[in-house]
Design a protein around this ligand. Structure first.
Ligand code: ADP
Length: 494
């Protein structure tokens, strides 16, 4: 385990919010602290926006949608979002340091959180520019004679975007840029633990692009009430959200009185079915890496490993050695791939769930606590629990920590049943030498997405969405754009 401390590049971000084109403090000037998870130190502050601030942001977004040109001028949107892309590109190293400061994400693995989302801004700008917003479907027979029908794809209006802390810049972009490019206006409410990945985006929009006042707003806040007010506001047409299933339910309930469209990407408890012909030497070190690389703070993490009983001990040994040798430590030190958990509260949740697993009869193979070599920072050892009862809390609740649970199975039938024994249905994984057999197992998993033999299902060009209590709707792919559009069918003379 690497323990060397690197040069800290801690950097505080923009303290102000973006409301109606202006960078502003919260009403009354309140601020809240931002803590660096690797040092446990307060490293700066962000505006503690109020429900009134949120209301002003929604009013600005409403006005910009109803009275401005944004919704109607696709070429202008394209030009502005290319400006945003170029500005993000120029600010990349600053954004990277802010990300590491807020989340504790190791510098070595920041590519998917910085380079990818910046590239995605350009993708959506081009996708939206080339999209066919008016489709003539020709003549249709009706009781009153033939009618020509055209499909007019229109923006929905004001989109409220509520984001979590685990991949904050990525999700701030993924939730807002396709919505903007589709012609909507946006109010972004970033997570309490990561306000700067949102406020910096606001600053860049205000200072470095021609995006008009009110089109993009950012309200940071330490209060859940602000997100709740956004979900309930009748002037908001849609909520796009990534976060816990519990908060997703609250958002659905708050959106119900105004029948708002919601796009929800919620929790997961994904299973990895390792078939008896799998190459353990590649599948299991990769499984251990996935569990540790973002300190397990990933909704798509395949955290439940299902091993064939015939190769159970062999599989456990590979997982154990991979987890014990995983490079963990200071996020600023290149080479480290696991940093701290994002906060003390999150660390405690992880440790409590590990304890509940042991109480329910699971066997601790490695880890299970706080690494002695890292007394400062919210670190948790990579943890492997074997003989896990599929009905126990640790097998049913999302952990969001560097923890794998392992359960043996006897038949493929049983493996599929254990995998599907979950309220969640976000993603899954299958490993096996016979790809047709693995594919057939993947088809039986009740999840939104599946990876076979490490080949990722996730990317900007393919739809991503959860089933069951893991979500509603899609991000990415063609669907990830049309989610932010309404199709108006117009019947007219030939
Ligand atoms: P976590 O529990 O890991 O902090 P959440 O899913 O609760 O994750 O939070 C994700 C986002 O949802 C954050 O921006 C948070 O402020 C926001 N949020 C929390 N509670 C509510 C709520 N009742 N309504 C709307 N947004 C909320």
């Amino acid at each position: 385990m690497t323990t060397t401390q690197g040069d800290s590049g801690v950097l505080a971000g923009e303290e102000r919010m973006l409301v109606d084109g202006a960078l502003v403090d919260a009403t009354g000037g309140a601020r809240f602290d931002v803590v660096h998870p690797a040092s446990e130190e307060v490293v700066g502050q962000a505006a503690d926006g109020t429900v009134d601030d949120l209301s002003r942001a929604v009013a600005a977004a409403r006005r910009a949608f109803d009275a401005g040109d944004w919704a109607r001028d696709v070429q202008f949107r394209h030009r502005c979002l290319i400006q945003l892309h170029d500005a993000l590109e120029a600010n990349k190293e600053r954004l990277r340091r802010i990300l590491i400061t807020e989340v504790g994400c190791p510098v070595t693995v920041t590519g998917s959180q910085i380079e990818s989302p910046v590239a995605e801004v350009k993708h959506w700008a081009e996708h939206g520019r080339d999209f066919d917003y008016l489709v003539d479907t020709g003549s249709h027979e009706t009781a009153l004679g033939p009618a020509r029908r055209k499909l007019n794809y229109e923006p929905l209006g004001v989109v409220g975007a509520i984001t979590p802390w685990n991949v904050p810049l990525y999700l701030n972009i993924a939730e807002t840029v396709p919505a903007l490019m589709a012609g909507n206006t946006v109010v972004l409410k970033p997570a309490q633990l990561t306000p700067w990945s949102g406020s910096e985006l606001g600053r860049i929009v205000a200072e470095e692009t021609d995006i008009p006042a009110g089109v993009f707003n950012v309200v940071t806040s330490n209060a859940n009430e602000v997100g709740a007010a956004l979900s309930a506001d009748p002037r908001v047409d849609m909520i796009t959200f990534t976060g816990s299933t519990a908060t997703g339910r609250a958002i659905l309930a708050a959106s119900a009185p105004t029948v708002k469209k919601t796009l929800l990407e919620l929790g997961g408890k994904s299973a990895h079915i390792v078939l008896d012909d799998a190459d353990f030497g590649s599948a299991l070190p990769m499984a251990a890496m996935m569990a540790c690389v973002m300190s397990g703070q990933s909704c798509v993490l395949p955290s439940r490993i299902l091993l064939p009983r015939s190769r159970y001990d062999e599989g456990l040994a590979v997982l154990q050695s991979s987890m014990e040798n995983f490079p963990m430590g200071d996020p600023w030190t290149p080479g480290n791939m696991q940093g701290p958990q994002v906060s003390e509260t999150q660390r405690q949740k992880v440790l409590d769930l590990i304890a509940s697993g042991r109480d329910s009869g699971a066997r601790l193979v490695t880890g299970g606590g706080v690494p002695e070599s890292l007394p400062v920072g919210y670190y948790v050892q990579p943890t492997l629990l074997a003989d896990v009862d599929p009905d126990s809390r640790i097998a049913q609740e999302e952990i969001f920590g560097p923890v794998l649970t392992v359960t043996p199975y006897d038949t493929e039938e049983q493996a599929v049943a254990i995998a599907n024994n979950s309220i969640y249905g976000l993603s899954g994984e299958v490993s096996g030498a016979d790809v047709d057999r693995a594919f057939a197992v993947a088809q039986r998993m009740r999840t939104g997405n599946v990876t076979i033999n490490g080949k990722s299902h996730f990317g900007i060009t393919s739809p991503f969405g959860g089933t069951k209590q893991s979500g509603l709707g899609y991000r990415n792919g063609e669907q990830g754009f049309t989610e932010y559009l309404h199709i108006k069918t117009i019947g007219m003379p030939q």
